[in-house]
Design a protein around this ligand. Structure first.
Ligand SMILES: [Zn+2]
Length: 639
């Protein structure tokens, strides 16, 4: 992932540490060796042993700080424990750098050619928080991210440090990874030597209940769906589900006209004990979903775009990467200013590919788009913070509170990317009289150089603009800048309008909203009274300028009663519906840090849910965009 864009030592490390640089003994033929022992993973502790080739003198060992794909300096060094460094059987003293918490200094004695290093990773983060270093283990499975364990000598780019990894598995557990097995047995597996960059880019999923399914077997390179779950009943994937992911493999070939990996593994953890998110890699993705996702159509729909999104990143994000994110190491700060391409374009494509692959229907895609557009159109923070600033500030937004989120704005470059890139796609179609589309841009931009092994080809804003101009000449720089710097209170709806639709509200939830209601037991009240409230009445956010805001409600309060009766989500929904056309307010009793208050909400428009409505007589470009580019074989072999 991090290739040779910058000089070997970044400004920060050179200026701050002032350590002398040893000439490393470590090479591709004499690599660092690391063995990760997962046998205690169910007890939330992972052990590692390393052998690091060295030469005598001062040495700085580093622990990865800026984690690729997470776009922030969140390497979990707080959970590094049990660090012992020795040489020829003798313990060596080490000290941490007093400015850089990720740097460990040690002096290698004369005559020593390798260090023995032991450390542990404490997998103790609470389930709902964090990303790859969030909860990653249960009694039945473990997701190993190598950056949690590996220490490496400072002074080289990550592509130029070589590591030979091995893993020890709990009895009876199987595994999936993009690493290549070279030896060992069922419990101790050796993998081929890779660069540090590839190692950290190649997580390993292991579990007692494990399934590996080949996808689109006629396609080369090979693709695998690896699933670990907390129970054997969670692995009953339907033929439709597997066909959808096989279609995804075929559709990406047609769209990107290239592949940039030797093989690809979707590493899917189906567990309620782990953090839920996705993290992209060149040759795999770390996809973590609720335990019942593959046996519950509702949960499956809510995760429809996850695998398409992370898979798309193999092209858009890993292979083609914004120059500011392609640092080539884990120490230099990353710049997020082009995340509206890295994440925004991927968000758009992940959802489009879910529909093209029939992982979800076109109608479900439109419902998702309606919900996204409506969320962004009721986001008053847009009046002080533009879309560009959400990307530039990414490293401080990922872990921001959800409270007053509509006023802060959050990592909006994901959701708003759907609207901006749909706008680009439909504008190309309009300008070329439907002869060209964003597909042409993607084939050239993501397919640059044809099929390649994993590598990074950086780009700038100007590269994006010139790529669009080579599809159709237009003021793309101005087009994008307008959308990046807008302080309009309203979301950019040009793509939906050019696509032949408009955003409307009715009193019936769309299918995606309904799936959320079923999964969470809540009543969405955002577009009516202006609150987001949990199933037990806790207010998560209050829409600035809404009736709830005018009634002085705030996030963190809890609604205990609705019109004199104990709160339920159903009761709140009924109350909002029943005030339509009335003049009396909705009466709530709320508790705020121990103090109770009766609140009247002056609102009379009933329930409101977003939908896309077709505008008859206009070109239906949105429908064209969602059509498959390739027709898949009807039956998946082996199913
Ligand atoms: Zn992403």
């Amino acid at each position: 992932m991090h290739f040779r864009l910058r000089p070997m030592l970044g400004l920060m490390s050179a200026a701050v540490f002032c350590f002398s640089l040893p000439i490393h003994a470590q090479t591709a033929s004499n690599p660092i060796k690391i063995t990760a022992d997962l046998t205690d993973a169910p007890r939330k502790i992972i052990h590692a042993q390393m052998t690091i080739p060295v030469i005598p003198g001062p040495l700085t060992l580093l622990y990865a700080k800026w984690i690729p794909g997470e776009h922030m300096p969140d390497g979990p060094v707080d959970n590094l424990a049990g660090l012992f460094i020795s040489a020829n059987g003798q313990q060596l003293a080490w000290v941490r750098d007093d400015v850089n918490m990720y740097a460990i200094r040690v002096t290698v004695p004369q005559g020593v050619t390798q260090l023995e290093v032991k450390d542990d990773f404490l997998a103790t983060t609470a389930a709902a928080t964090g990303f790859s270093a969030g909860a990653s283990t249960s009694a039945n499975l473990a997701l190993l991210s190598w950056n949690e364990l590996v220490l490496y000598p400072a002074g080289r780019q990550s592509a130029d440090v070589f590591v030979q990894p091995s893993v020890v598995l709990p009895q009876g557990w199987q595994y999936g990874t993009a690493l290549t097995k070279t030896g060992g047995d069922a419990l101790h597996v050796d993998f081929g030597t890779v660069s540090l960059e590839q190692l950290i880019d190649s997580p390993l999923l292991s579990g007692r209940y494990f399934l590996e399914v080949p996808l689109a077997p006629e396609v080369t390179p090979k693709h695998f769906l690896d699933v670990a779950a907390d129970g054997p009943e969670d692995l009953k994937l339907t033929a439709d589900t597997i066909n959808g992911y096989s279609n995804l493999v075929r559709e990406t070939g047609a769209l990107y006209q290239s592949r940039h990996y030797e093989s690809y593994h979707f590493l899917v953890t189906a567990s309620d004990q782990v953090a839920h998110f996705g993290l992209e890699h060149h040759q795999s993705s770390d996809d973590r979903v609720p335990e019942k996702t593959f046996v519950d159509d509702n949960l499956l729909l809510l995760s429809a775009d996850l695998l398409p999104h992370e898979f798309t990143h193999s092209w858009n994000g890993k292979y083609r990467r914004p120059a500011g994110l392609a640092t080539g190491n884990y120490e230099d700060p990353m710049k997020g200013n082009l995340l509206w391409v890295y994440e925004g374009l991927t968000d758009y494509l992940g959802n489009v590919l879910a529909a093209r692959s029939k992982i979800e229907t076109a109608a479900q895609y439109r419902d998702y788009l309606a919900s996204t557009a409506a969320m962004l159109d009721y986001r008053p923070g847009r009046t002080w913070r533009d879309l560009q600033d959400t990307a530039t500030a990414a490293q401080i937004l990922y872990e921001a509170s959800g409270q007053w989120d509509n006023w802060r704005r959050n990592t909006d470059y994901y959701a708003e990317g759907d609207l901006v890139w749909l706008d680009v796609d439909t504008t190309i179609r309009k300008l070329t009289h439907e002869k060209k589309s964003l597909n042409d841009f993607l084939a050239a931009f993501e397919g640059l150089g044809g099929n390649t092994p994993p590598k990074v080809v950086p780009y700038t804003f100007d590269d994006v603009v010139s790529g669009l101009n080579s599809v159709v000449a237009y003021d793309w720089a101005g087009f994008l800048q307008d959308r990046l710097t807008s302080k309009s209170p309203h979301a950019p709806m040009g793509g939906i309008e050019n696509g032949g639709y408009k955003l409307v509200f009715t009193d019936q939830p769309n299918e995606i909203t309904q799936a959320g209601i079923t999964a969470t037991g809540t009543t969405p009240a955002w577009w009516s009274i202006g609150i987001s409230v949990t199933s037990d009445g806790h207010i998560e956010d209050v829409l600035v300028g809404s009736p709830a805001d005018k009634a002085n409600l705030g996030p963190g309060m809890q609604i205990v009663a609705v019109n004199g009766r104990q709160f339920t989500a159903q009761l709140l929904g009924d109350a909002i519906r029943d005030v339509k056309g009335n003049t009396s307010p909705i009466e709530l009793i709320v508790v705020n840090t121990g103090t109770y208050r009766v609140v009247g909400i002056d609102y009379h428009d009933g329930l409101r849910y977003p939908h896309l409505e077709r505008v008859e007589g206009t070109p239906d470009r949105l429908d064209d965009i969602l059509k498959p580019m390739t027709e898949a074989p009807k039956v998946h072999p082996g199913e």
